[in-house]
Structures are given as structure tokens and as C-alpha cells.
Design a protein around this ligand. Sequence first.
Ligand code: GLN
Length: 488
Amino acid sequence: MSLYSLTLYEASEKLRKREVSSQELTEAVFQRIAATDGIVRSYITLCRDTAIAQAKDADQRLRHGSSASPLMGIPVALKDNLLTRGLKTTCGSRILDNFIPPNDATAVANIRSAGAVIIGKTNLDEFAMGSSAENSAFFATRNPWDLERVPGGSSGGSAAAVAADQCIAALGTDTGGSIRQPAAFCGIVGLKPTYGRVSRYGVIAFASSMDQVGPMTKDVRDCALLLEAISGHDPADSTSVNCSVPSYSKSLTGDIAGLRLGIPKEYFTAGLQPAVDEAIRNAIRQLEKSGAVIEEISLPHTEYAVSVYYIVATAEASSNLARYDGIRYGHRVAGKDLTETYMLSRAEGFGPEVKRRIILGTYALSAGYYDAYYLKAQKVRALIHGDFDAAFKHCDAIITPTSPSTGFKISEKIQDPLEMYLSDICTISINLAGLPAISIPCGFDGQGLPIGMQIIGKHFDETTILRVAYAHEQQTDWHRKKPDLRPA
Ligand code: GLN
């Protein structure tokens, strides 16, 4: 097997036993990128020289046996909305196309100090707004399983990079589904942690009450290992919670006997592709055979989730994005006075979807409409949260599809924003309620496209969803399938 195909856990074992060096592993990953990224286009920026230097450093630490972390020497890709010290961070936007951050995001600093090798920054929808990676200001990323299709979004670059073996693991961010939906479309594992589990410091803000950083990996064990490395309290983020981080990887026993799993009927409706419906139902039957107790439940306010999200998220975005004015940093177009400089910089710097959301959000927060839209949305958000609280009184986890469909065709939805918004229907409620959820591969449709199953947990109970995910993975080999990607 090629080195770049290894999982994080496998690679880490080989590094520890000195069967391979981090430098060899990193070189292999860069060769894979050179051979495949011309067609997949996962990366906006690569940093080969600093990566090789980090790999050499990791090799030295491994030689001295001073490595406690499984991340030591592992090549990792980062979504380009995570700040990286000295390395261009664009957020998929022209307005930041020349921005070199002075510091690392805390999640990045955490994996760096664990010895991870940062290999580059991956493509995304501009400001993480989108479900297909087509809203990037630079180019569209392609789905490694079918190059005519989208990889999902907004963390489409990270998902494609993991699926195409262009990195060993990656980080993404998820505000309404941006880790889980691309993970599902690309046949990999993606986890959105509980709101507050991972620091948002240095994550370019989109909708601050929902944004979270999370792992995107080749299997569930890797997901647990990477989550352990990025989780924990950070005094620099007042919403990060000061509670201990369990050893997620140690809880992966494969035993789920007696766990109560809820199946919400609202997620199994007419809009679901038949192949997705069938794959999820098969997976549920398998979990039942392993001893889980399956129970139908109801989350009655699900139908309002997309509307609520697109009011709350755009309102928060309109405030967060006010900082991009062409003055302090980022893209500037000089006008005849200050106002014109603001206007020209933003007109040129922001793409159409970002402008649409700033306008929508500003409207929802405006004096005359605040009560009717923003306040109402917050009230319904509380009801959605309440649905989950009620369900978790008698369930340990909830199972749904991650997305109603498999990866759609490039250009299929980009002209119709509402159609695009609906592709988040299964993931959005989870962010509104601040819950953790994971997407894992659970089958393929008739065209050979991957299908994802979502497992939702109680607040700060990532352990249970990882346990259920691992039990499923132990009984199947969906996660071992690779796209037939012929190097260009
Ligand atoms: N697709 C959703 C949106 O466009 C979610 C994005 C995200 O999670 N960052 O807002």
C-alpha cells in the first residue's frame, strides 16, 4: 500500500516503529498531490518547504522517543478559514487574497504543538457560505468519486483531499453542516463537536453562535485521535467550555449493547433519495443486531430549521463581515474618499453569495424587521433545541441521513440559492442546538457515489457518537473503499 493511503493511526504506528520517517510520508503525500490535484483541485495554498522542515523536526523528536502524541509527524491539511501564522489565509475570498495572519488559530496551534506537519490550505465556499465549494472566489473543487460532481461544502477542499489521499487527515469547520455534508459526499468521516468543545479563536468568523472546528478523516479512530488533539478550554475564546476532554480513542470498543438510538421520522420524508433511505435503514438494522435498541422518535420543529438558520446565520454574518472594509488588511480598491474606498473594496472583494447574505442579514436585523425576523428566529431556535432535549431524555444518540442526496453535479444548484440551502436540511438543526454529530460512510448509490449516515449526540457526549460510529465501521468496509482516481 502507498504511504499516502495510510490512516493517521497506521501512519503513526509506522513512525513510532521507525518503519518510515515523517519526511518520507510527507514527500509521498506531496507526490500524490502533484499527481492528482490538477484534476481534483483541493488546495488553495501548499507549503512544501515548511512542511518538510516540520517533518524533519518531527523525525528528530521521534528518534529521541519524545513523542506522546499520535499526531507527531503526520501530514495534515487545513481549511483555509483557519488562521495560520505566516501562511496565506484567504477564506476563499478575494477580500483576503493577500492576507498573511500574524498568529495561528488555537486548533492549529494545538495540532502544531502535537507535532502535526501542516501541508497546505484547502478550498472552501467563500467565508464558508455554501454547500458545494463552488462559491470559492478561486475555483471549484471536484469530487474524487466523480469529477463532474461537487465534493460538498463548505469544507469541500478538506473532504476531497482526505478522500483522494492528498493528506492523512484534515480539519474543517461546520456552521450548518460544512464538515458533515462534504464528508458524506466524499465517503469519509467528519465530526462537528459540541459548541464550546473546540476553541473558535482564529477561526474566521461566519456565524459565531454556531461555528465549530472539527476533524475530517479516513476512519473513526483517526477522528477520535484528531478530536482529542484540538479539544479543550481556551481562555482566548469565551465560548470554549472548561470541562475535561475524555480519551475518545479509548472508548472505541465496538460494544453498543443496550444503547438507545432514536430515529426521527421527520428526516425520512419524500425528499430523500431512495438509495440514501435504503442505506441508512440497512445501517440501522445492523446496529440493532449489535444490540442497540431502536426507537422511532419525533423532532417536530425540524421543518423550520432551514428558515431559522438562514436568518440567524446571515444576521451574524452581516455583523462579522463588517470588519472587511479595505482599510486595515485585505483587498483594497482606493476611491476618492473613505466611503468610496469601502464601497469599491467590498464590491470587488466579496462574491455574490456573500453579498446576498450580508444584505439578508442586515435586513433581518434592521429596526423595523428585527422582531419579525431575528427575534422570531431565535424563539423557534429555542423550540428546535427543546425537541432535542426531549428526545435525549430517552435516547443516547439519534440517527439520520447526513444529506438527502449524494453529491450533485457541478453547476446543478449554483444558480438557485434556495435549492442549495435545502441541501443542508439534515445537518442544520444540530448547529442551532449546539450538539455534536458525526457523518460516517454507510454505502453507495447506483452510480457509485458515497452515502453518509449522521449520528447526533448529547451536549459534550462525543464519546457515544464515536462509539456508535466505530461499531458500524467494525462491521462494514465502506470506509476502506477508495475512488478510482487516475493521476493526470
Ligand atoms: N451550507 C451551509 C451554509 O451555506 C452551512 C455552511 C457551513 O456549515 N459553514 O451556510
